[in-house]
Design a binder for this molecule. Structure first.
Ligand code: SF4
Ligand code: SF4
Length: 404
């Protein structure tokens, strides 16, 4: 695990632990700290130790600068935005580190920055093939983090719907920024008619079906060992990066279309195109946690008033104010509807109308999934790529000629 990954991981874990403290869960806080200490002892990693020290210093500075934010006293939307921006910032640093490492390897030099393994999270198809391989007893050592991160994201869908999309996804956040930029110049909400919206939403499920077909039928189990030992798979991350950095004409047209969709409609990419959104949407039907409206407290039934603030706040255009429970596959558990509701007890995210969770708890689930599980897989020896640097250097020289 590189220093950037270690700092991000330990900062997130310490932040999660501090949230338990500020929420008054002292027992949970002590368990979290003891778990972090145990992980440090088991790992016996100098990098992880440095990461913990840096994480603690950063958290202290963050608390000094924005105490309310660290103590979780801020509003739901501020908490979610802050968390998303921190994740995006960490990913940008990872991207810089990865670029420096790859450019130096390509130039035939020994890199002074190690390759961050978390970049393998951007290889979902490789991750899917690896998970299939694991079920057949084949463990890939080139990009283990791809399988780990894919499994983690799927797990979040089972537990808390599309909270990964609403609380963590960097692409979703960038899409939101582009959409807001467009709204500064063109104020109108350019929504497609309902009859068109549904077929457009199905595109992401078709893309998911294509990916699943590739993983399930395009790669028989017998072929997995030769695939994971192939040159292509060993530098799959570089091939993915080149796909974006040296796009073909078709890829450029696709990027332009995605750009138009993202700026035209809020969460357009998540709603219409993202295969991750599709699989999480399907898994979300199994999640016990849902947005639930309590009609005993809702202003509509309790006071006979007109109110649709929750519906108007929803970026996914879900009609919330007439439903008892939101089952929609588009719900990202972002809790904007809860934040907008003027009656505290009327709307919540939880197991039932009376057992709802705070935004801080949702964030803690996402932190636990995205950071505790990678730490566990690192301790189990299944996180760092075992591809030798020399092999990567040699393969990088002929990356353009390496195909499937
Ligand atoms: S229903 Fe609420 S939690 Fe779900 S996407 Fe809409 S605003 Fe977010
Ligand atoms: S915003 Fe709250 S009070 Fe208003 S309709 Fe929605 S749940 Fe009811």
């Amino acid at each position: 695990m590189t220093i950037t990954e270690s700092v991000t991981l330990m900062l997130a874990l310490l932040y999660g632990a501090s949230q338990l403290w500020w929420a008054g869960k002292r027992f949970g806080f002590i368990v979290a700290l003891l778990s972090i200490a145990a992980a440090l002892i088991i790992a016996s990693s100098f990098t992880l130790l440095i990461g913990t020290a840096c994480g603690a210093i950063l958290l202290a500075l963050l608390h000094w600068w924005q105490p309310a934010r660290v103590e979780g006293q801020v509003r739901i939307n501020q908490l979610r935005d802050g968390f998303q921006h921190l994740l995006l910032f960490a990913l940008l640093i990872v991207a810089v580190q990865y670029t420096i490492n790859t450019v130096m390897l390509k130039a035939g030099m020994t890199p002074w920055l190690a390759r961050p393994n978390v970049v393998d999270a951007f290889l979902p198809i490789a991750g899917g093939i690896e998970i299939k391989g694991i079920t057949a007893g084949i463990w890939d050592q080139n990009h283990p983090a791809a399988a780990v991160m894919l499994a983690i994201v799927l797990l979040t869908g089972l537990i808390c719907k599309r909270a990964f999309c609403g609380w963590a996804c960097p692409i979703g956040l960038l899409g939101e920024k582009l959409y807001q930029l467009r709204k500064r110049f063109i104020k109108e909400e350019l929504l497609p008619p309902r009859w068109l919206d549904w077929p457009l939403r199905m595109i992401k499920y078709l893309l998911l079906a294509a990916f699943l077909y590739l993983i399930m039928f395009g790669m028989p189990s017998m072929a997995i060992p030769s695939y994971i030992n192939s040159s292509y798979h060993q530098i799959a991350d570089v091939k993915m990066a080149l796909f974006f950095l040296q796009p073909s004409l078709i890829a450029l047209c696709c990027f332009a279309l995605i750009f138009i969709i993202i700026t035209w409609r809020r969460q357009g990419f998540c709603r219409y195109l993202c295969p991750y959104g599709a699989v999480l949407g399907l898994l979300s039907f199994l999640s016990p946690l849902k947005i639930r409206r309590n009609s005993e407290h809702c202003l509509i039934e309790a006071k006979g008033m007109k109110c649709d603030k929750c519906t108007r706040a929803c970026p996914a255009n879900i009609i919330v104010h007439t439903k008892a429970t939101v089952h929609s596959d588009e719900c990202q558990a972002c809790m904007r509807c809860v934040a907008a509701c003027p009656k505290k007890e009327a709307l919540g995210f939880g197991l039932s109308r009376t057992h709802t969770m705070s935004a801080r708890s949702v964030m803690l689930i996402v932190v636990a999934a995205l950071f505790v599980l990678p730490l566990v897989s690192y301790l189990a020896g299944y996180w760092d790529s075992q591809t030798p640097e020399l092999i990567r250097m040699q393969l990088l020289q002929m990356a353009d000629r390496i195909g499937h």
